[in-house]
Design a binder for this molecule. Structure first.
Ligand SMILES: C[S@@+](CC[C@H](N)C(=O)[O-])C[C@H]1O[C@@H](n2cnc3c(N)ncnc32)[C@H](O)[C@@H]1O
Length: 329
């Protein structure tokens, strides 16, 4: 999975690869960036507007969010994209681009649809115990040996009620990366946004592939995305909140209002209609609105804290494809 996604000929080595193969919130329109700017502003205010305030987008893909933020954000904010892929051409100069996250962040750190593409160990429960699932470059599978100790420990803690033949993915690698990212925030907020794995998980696991806007078999040949749902329970810490994207965006002022009235200005009318469509897409509970936000505050009040909005355990999770409006995953 690591080689197929991030090796020299890996799927994500091309600048802007995500936007060619599936649709994320950052590809919908400027409303997404406006909501993230509103969140960053709350954090900035809670930190008493420091001289050096950062917005760090880890797994920034084609930089679509940062491109929009560069228009909206005060010049005091530093905008940093972190990705293993090269910087997309034409990104505004004020957007910094780097392959490693900064060691210390004051501000807002985001990881949007990052954790679902962090390579995972896929395992199956056999009569002899948990075994690693091995796959070749053509997609042929066989059962292998024991997973690493760290994965076995993670599975022992978080994989309940499995019967022989069940498959799942170990969340250890995601937990580890998320712990590093949230640990880099010295003051501010770390937010992971992704589609959530149900608990208890599906018996066949969630690993799948995406290519050219279509869901495909997860063959690790470098031609498709390989992704598995994210298990948030093991990443959550005291003081964090877990909220649906729909509720988070509502709190940030993004809601579908009444259909705009036509007053003779056709351009304004079309813009208002288009914006309404983007907000509906971002908040659709069966599409992007069903994504999960894990919000981790450091030395600030949680700017989205609302205990009434803690997510139920089995919220649906989907990724949106390029060609159709919503492709269940
Ligand atoms: C599914 S795409 C999401 C892109 C973007 N956040 C969006 O929402 O459109 C995931 C991105 O994370 C990047 N990525 C994966 N692992 C990474 C890591 N350890 N450090 C930095 N970037 C990473 C990939 O190269 C890819 O561009």
């Amino acid at each position: 999975m690591s080689d197929a996604l991030y090796g020299p000929a890996g799927f994500y080595r091309d600048a802007g690869a995500p936007g060619h193969h599936f649709r994320t919130a950052a590809h919908t329109g400027s409303e997404w960036a406006a909501a993230i700017a509103a969140l960053a502003d709350r954090v900035d205010e809670a930190l008493a507007r420091p001289a050096d305030f950062w917005v760090v987008d880890v797994g920034a893909g084609g930089g679509e969010l940062l491109r929009e933020l560069a228009r909206l954000a005060p010049s005091r904010w530093r905008l940093i994209g972190v990705d293993l892929a090269p910087r997309s051409p034409g990104l505004p100069q004020r957007v910094q681009w780097q392959s490693q996250p900064p060691a210390a962040v004051t501000g807002l750190l985001l990881a949007v649809e990052l954790l679902d593409v962090v390579p995972v160990e896929v395992v199956e429960l056999t009569a002899q115990g948990v075994r690693r699932v091995e796959v070749d470059g053509d997609g042929n599978e066989r059962l292998g040996g024991l997973p690493d100790r760290v994965d076995l420990e993670w599975l022992a803690q978080w994989w309940d009620g499995a019967v022989v033949g069940d498959r799942t993915e170990s969340g250890y690698s995601r937990d580890e990366l998320w712990a590093r990212l949230r640990g880099a925030v010295t003051r501010g907020l770390a937010v992971a946004i992704d589609y959530r794995r149900c608990n208890p998980p599906r018996p066949d696991g969630t690993l799948t592939g995406f290519r050219d806007g279509r869901q495909v078999a997860p063959v690790p040949d470098g031609t498709c995305d390989l992704t598995a749902h994210v298990f948030f329970e093991s990443m959550q810490r005291v003081g964090d909140i877990v909220v649906s994207q729909r509720d988070a965006l509502h709190q940030l002022g993004l809601t579908v209002r009444q259909r705009p009235r036509y007053d003779g200005d056709s351009e304004a009318y079309l813009n208002a209609l288009s914006s309404m469509g983007h907000v509906a897409e971002l908040t659709d509970p069966l599409g992007l609105g069903g994504f999960t936000w894990l919000v981790h505050p450091v030395a600030v009040e949680n700017p989205l804290a609302d205990p009434a909005q803690v997510l139920p355990r089995n919220t649906p999770a989907r990724r949106t494809s390029v060609r159709t409006s919503s492709t269940p995953r």
